[in-house]
Write a protein that binds this ligand. Structure first.
Ligand code: NAD
Length: 371
């Protein structure tokens, strides 16, 4: 299982959730809670790729009121059987990678959540769009900007939504820091530091296969620092510099990055200094500095509880299960036209991919790359 030690580590750091009236009641860690389906519209979702993260999403969705698993897409018959019995999915809503285009004739499914290896997000997303269903893609939404754009174009053409699984965009402590920054409580922000990494295990997994992963740590975990720099600073970077370190050439083959340090320059004068790695544990930290205050989050993007403090004190919002809130909010975005505080649409995913393209180019050329 991916970065298990990191996840276990993060799960061990648990703080008691404080009861705060203004935070939604859904999203606690009690996966066995039976959902009360809301009176409002419910997003009926087919999950594609029944691996480790899909299992987490499915468990978390059991607490959703506005989203429900109604279908599955998998190449492994035994997983289909297992999920059918666990989540009560009828045979007619089960597909494989050859026949899932037929989903277009299935009125029980509104959206497909793609949780496959990275390189399959865009080609499968294009097929889902052509079948007339909304697309939810895991991050990264593609393996380069061209790949991401193809999925955006297909969804536009089909008139379906395209959303990316940026669960931190709904996380209460993260949203509080964003609120404070927007309110000017940090003053002029000039610096962000993002550290994202864990020690990757099995050398044969798809995450270390360029064809399936599209790269290495940057695609998988470094993207959290890129995305975080953007939502914490609140601007889009205009230039990138980057340096790669590779110590294990056997495990990290050509095109699979082990460690990259990168810097992003923002139009308002802020600089982000970030680290993306598959060779160090306990790297899950954001630091934002302005001339009136600061925010520090550690862990900053793990499954939680997220912990953080600002110059005003500790961030005390209770922990909520990220995937539960994400799917509740995505249901409202797709079915009720809700505008999220931080976007999770295809254009948002594409911005990260353009930066990743620029980082790889900066590593290759050793030069500053303008975006
Ligand atoms: P995983 O290896 O556990 O699962 C991947 C699934 O895809 C497996 O069920 C596998 O059978 C299936 N698959 C379909 N076609 C495949 C192929 N050609 N080769 C290999 N596997 C194939 O991986 P995961 O950890 O679940 O990651 C899946 C996606 O979810 C990745 O894009 C990853 O970035 C994303 N993810 C996101 C988060 C998050 O917090 N948002 C966390 C973990 C993973």
């Amino acid at each position: 299982m991916k970065n298990q030690s990191r996840r276990v580590f993060l799960q061990k750091i648990s703080t008691a959730a404080l009861a705060m009236p203004f935070v939604p009641a859904y999203g606690n860690e009690n996966y066995s809670k039976s959902p009360d389906i809301s009176d409002g519209p419910v997003l009926r979702v087919a999950i594609m790729g029944l691996g480790s993260y899909a299992n987490r999403v499915a468990r978390s969705m059991q607490s959703c009121k506005k989203a429900k698993i109604t279908g599955i897409i998998s190449g492994t018959p035994s997983k289909i059987k297992d999920w059918q019995s666990k989540y009560d999915i009828p045979e007619k809503n089960c597909y494989n990678y050859e026949n899932f285009d037929e989903i277009k004739n299935n009125p029980d499914i509104d959206a497909v959540y793609i949780i496959t290896p990275n390189a399959l997000h865009s080609p499968y997303g294009v097929r889902v769009a052509k079948a007339g269903k909304h697309v939810i893609s895991e991050k990264p939404m593609g393996i380069n900007a061209k790949d991401g754009q193809a999925m955006i174009d297909a969804c536009k053409q089909a008139g379906v939504h395209l959303l990316v699984g940026y669960r931190m965009h709904f996380e209460p402590k993260t949203l509080e820091v964003i609120r404070m920054r927007k309110a000017g409580e940090f003053g002029k922000v000039l610096f962000f530091q993002g550290q994202s990494g864990f020690i990757i295990g099995d050398p044969n997994q798809w995450r270390l296969n360029k064809a399936l992963a599209g790269g290495g740590a940057m695609m998988d975990i470094g993207i959290y620092s890129i995305n975080g720099a953007r939502y914490m600073i609140g601007e889009e970077p205009i230039w990138v510099t980057a340096q790669e370190t590779k110590n294990d050439h056997k495990k990290f083959k050509e095109g699979v990055d082990e460690t990259i340090q990168f810097q992003l320059g923002f139009p308002g004068g802020a600089v982000a200094s970030c680290l993306s790695t598959y060779s160090m544990n306990n790297l899950d930290r954001f630091f934002l500095n302005g001339d009136k205050g600061f925010a520090e989050m550690q862990p900053s993007t793990g499954y939680g509880p997220i912990m953080g403090r600002t110059h005003k004190g500790e961030l005390t919002f209770p922990h909520v299960t990220h995937q539960t809130i994400q799917m509740e909010e995505m249901s409202e975005i797709i079915l009720q036209g809700k505008q999220p505080e931080v976007p999770v649409d295809g254009e948002e995913g594409l911005k990260d991919l353009k930066i990743i393209d620029a980082i790889y180019l900066a590593v290759k050329t050793g030069k500053k790359v303008n975006i």
